[in-house]
Write a protein that binds this ligand. Structure first.
Ligand code: ADP
Ligand code: MG
Length: 590
């Protein structure tokens, strides 16, 4: 009988190995981004189409590859990161198995452009199902531009198992989050189907978390820093009252790499014992640094599971570090340890806002910019000495607990607010547009708003062309807090509105105005989400002519200066003008 054993061809072996490394588009995102980080990139851009099913592209400004290395990188067990078995234990870079690229190239169409910084030209490689289709020199920016198209195109059974775009994209965002949290010093950008999903300039860890999860998290973070002979633990845990019903925002980094570890997770939860109610989960991001020799990371092909040599000790260190941090926070709440200027918690002016206005309640306790605070500093001292006259009391204490001069509304359009060096004149409509714009954008991108149900759902009718447009905006409107769905031809049914929108009854005109704004701004070359946030802000902002109470004005001012960009509306119109005292002085002395 003839021999029947044969060696599998490389392409099949690679496909099999690929099953271990690449489960879904998110796995490719992870491998490519980790390679970019290993290559020393300081700026990494992720571009995804169709939840990664059509294309995943990672563009980095790292070291790049020589023509030979570019070709070699797709061979199985090719890696620049280890050369002998012992290296496995000392490895600090992310990739170390030399399998990822070979695996990816076996099950997708890969287009690679790469250039080293000291070279004039780069290499362009196209590989499909492990076959090199093209290799030529090309012009390209220094670094590596990796595109992976049509994942599993040659394994239909695997492709069929991919989940819906929403689910696959969620997985991609999970991987993306884990990576960007581990590297706040790196500039990251992410795009999906042409729209910018994340824009994350290099920053402190605290600010990175705020950029990722929204401003509200800033007040919820308790910093941790603990150093022992075995390991160093840094990061943040969430205040107990911020615990959520769903798990999710819980991260362990080990030597700057995301890991999962049920045992250590337990240590953290134990530290929260009696502080949170059962069934809720605290936020945590704990970064553990430890001598790599004391860890075996290589037990899992995608390297998320690890074995610690001193597991129990690590457990105890984590538990007591978290417990200690939480007890410290009880004594000294919300100190900004990094003194990051944009996010110093002010804790001031939690003004209750009149129910009639469109001011979001989520902003009721805004962190205020340092520089902004400084504008007002000393005002108490330079202001007229507290006289006991009723007039002064009227002006200064109209709202009870007054801490600065009450703002004044002029022509029902502008707000005059005294600051240390003079005064500000705020355009109420532009300012409110800016506030709502940032709020909506944040809701669309990160934190969907909560909804208040209408007791009686409302049917809304639109002309066909408007209905088509509205249909395409539904996913965004839902994130903003509208519960709305199509209802036959050209009609929609509204079940709920954003919790902060309390002008019940005006929804219909709000949508009409929004759609009209869209028509007037068809040429606006912005991403859909940015456009929607800006136009929605414009449609729902309070307009000139609206009379505001002192409380409302102060709330507006606080919210404006809690914005990332308080200076201009989304459409670039000024939100306020500053008048300096010496300017005034000279005007009178002309
Ligand atoms: P590993 O990361 O485990 O070494 P990979 O298959 O992911 O294996 O990558 C193989 C090799 O290709 C890497 O060791 C590295 O030398 C090179 N490489 C991959 N991606 C990049 C990149 N973005 N920039 C520079 N070199 C890269
Ligand atoms: Mg790798």
């Amino acid at each position: 009988m003839a021999d029947i054993i044969q060696l599998l061809p490389d392409s099949i072996a690679n496909q099999i190995a690929a099953g271990e490394v690449v489960q879904r588009p998110a796995s490719v995102v992870k491998e490519l981004m980790e390679n970019a980080i290993d290559a020393g990139a300081t700026h990494i851009k992720l571009v995804v189409k169709d939840a990664g099913k059509q294309s995943i592209q990672v563009i980095d400004n790292g070291a790049g590859m020589s023509p030979t290395d570019a070709r070699m990188s797709f061979e199985r067990h090719s890696t620049s990161k280890i050369s002998k078995a012992e290296d496995l234990f000392a490895i600090k870079t992310l990739g170390f198995r030399g399998e990822a690229l070979a695996s990816i190239a076996a099950i997708a169409q890969v287009d690679l452009k790469t250039r080293q910084h000291d070279q004039e030209v780069g290499t362009h490689l196209i590989i499909e199902g492990s076959n090199v289709v093209k290799q030529e020199i090309c012009e390209t920016s220094a670094g590596t531009n990796f595109q992976v198209k049509n994942l599993f195109y040659n394994i239909p059974a695997r492709r069929k198992f991919l989940k819906s775009n929403t689910v696959e994209f969620r997985h991609i965002l999970d991987e993306f989050q884990r990576i960007v949290i581990a590297h706040p010093e790196i500039y990251f950008e992410a795009f999906h189907n042409g729209a910018e999903t994340y824009h994350l300039p290099p920053s402190t860890l605290r600010k990175r978390l705020v950029n990722l999860f929204g401003k509200a998290i800033n007040d919820k973070l308790v910093p941790i820093e603990e150093e022992t002979d075995l390991c160093k633990i840094t990061g943040f845990v969430g205040k107990p009252d911020a615990a959520k019903k769903s798990r999710g925002e819980q991260f362990f980094l080990l030597n700057e790499r995301f890991i999962k570890n049920a045992y250590l997770n337990h240590a953290v939860l134990l530290a929260y014992d009696n502080l949170i109610s059962p069934g809720t989960f605290p936020f945590y991001l704990l970064s553990i640094s430890m001598d790599p020799e004391r860890i075996d990371i290589n037990v899992h092909p995608t390297k998320q599971e690890v074995k610690f040599e001193d597991e129990t000790l690590t457990y105890n260190i984590i538990r007591s570090a978290v417990r200690y941090a939480l007890s410290q926070y009880n004594i000294a709440p919300s100190i900004d340890f990094e003194q990051s200027p944009a996010f110093s918690a002010s804790g001031s002016s939690a003004n209750p806002v009149s129910g009639k206005m469109l001011i979001p309640s989520s902003f009721s306790k805004p962190p205020v910019m340092d520089s902004w605070e400084q504008l007002y500093q000393g005002l108490e001292k330079t202001a007229a000495a507290p006289s006991k006259s009723t007039l002064t009391q009227l002006v200064n204490f109209e709202d009870g607990n007054e801490d600065r001069k009450a703002p004044v509304q002029i022509h029902q359009s502008y707000i005059l607010s005294q600051i240390k060096s003079g005064f500000l004149l705020i355009d109420q409509q532009n300012a409110h547009e800016r506030i709502l714009y940032e709020q909506y954008l944040n809701q669309i991108r990160e934190k969907p708003s909560s909804t208040q149900k209408l007791i009686f759902p409302k049917t809304l009718n639109f002309p066909t062309h408007e209905a088509v447009l509205l249909e395409s905006l539904l996913p965004y409107l839902q994130k903003i807090g509208f519960e709305i769905e199509g209802f036959g031809k050209d009609a929609f049914i509204l079940h709920g509105i954003p919790a902060h929108l309390s002008n019940l009854g005006a929804e219909e005109s709000l949508f009409h105005e929004l759609l009209q704004q869209f028509r007037m701004n068809v040429d606006l070359d912005w991403s859909e989400e940015k456009k929607l946030a800006a136009l929605m802000a414009r449609s729902s902002s309070l307009k000139k002519g609206k009379i505001m109470s002192v409380t409302e004005m102060k709330s507006l001012i606080d919210q404006l200066f809690a914005c990332e960009v308080p200076f201009k509306s989304a459409f670039g119109k000024k939100c306020f003008i500053t008048f300096e005292l010496d300017q005034l002085e000279s005007k009178f002395n002309q």
